[in-house]
Design a protein around this ligand. Sequence first.
Ligand SMILES: Nc1nc2c(c(=O)[nH]1)N[C@H]1C(S)=C(S)[C@@H](COP(=O)(O)O)O[C@H]1N2
Ligand SMILES: [Mo]
Length: 254
Amino acid sequence: MKPADLITRRRALLVGLGAAGGLLVPAQLRRLRLPPTYGHILRMGDNLTYAAHRTLLPSQRLAREFSYKDISSFPAIGMTNPGAPDKPNRSEEYARLQKGGFADWRLSVTGLVSSPGRFSLADLKALPSRTQITRHTCEEGWSAIAEWTGVQLGRVLEAAGLRPEARWVNFYSFDGWIDSIDLLDALHPQTLLAYGMNGSHLSVPHGAPVRLRVETQMGYKSMKFLERIVVRDTFDDGGKQGNIQNGWAWYAGI
Ligand SMILES: Nc1nc2c(c(=O)[nH]1)N[C@H]1C(S)=C(S)[C@@H](COP(=O)(O)O)O[C@H]1N2
Ligand SMILES: [Mo]
């Protein structure tokens, strides 16, 4: 290892610890388990990447952070408004919440937590916040840099009382996306429930009121328009509606 790598890793560790601010890292994270299988031979590559990342990389390696001058224009891609009248599976609920400025929006956190609950935007903002300037990489071949502000997902899971059996965190959005990450990514210090972008509130095209930021993976893992979170001890692909069965690789580490 070159001295530069050592410095970067040491710095990353310090920054990571500082950012994590005493988050609990459950014992099961110290053991590598087999990644989920997808029942599809073409998906074996994902398993290999997952196993390689989880074995070879320090578990809480930080994604690179940038400075203000690096912030770039940032297109809104995929679903840009789940409540829009022209959308085939329009969410009436999302349209109603948007009309009320998301004052009635609640993020439910259920499953393997000791105090399942519903977090309002104000509840999330009352928890310590983190701001980071990171690069988003889309599978379509573009990337863009933005500043994100939100609460670390780990803090929310901690507030909900993450149980020791927890292994996976499933996310559900108002446009019907279902996806999941493992606990290592869920408790990563840069994994945020983001409510702010480039110094203002998160706009509807970018996923209002709250989107996920998973900086260790490709952009599509950063789910917009979050509706609920379920913590599980088994891997759940979300069935026909889930992102895996809709063609997205589950693990897209970068
Ligand atoms: N709920 C939801 N989340 C989503 C998407 C989507 O269509 N719906 N698109 C994904 C993809 S492919 C990308 S590149 C980013 C786009 O985020 P942006 O619109 O802020 O650029 O959101 C990701 N998260
Ligand atoms: Mo994307």
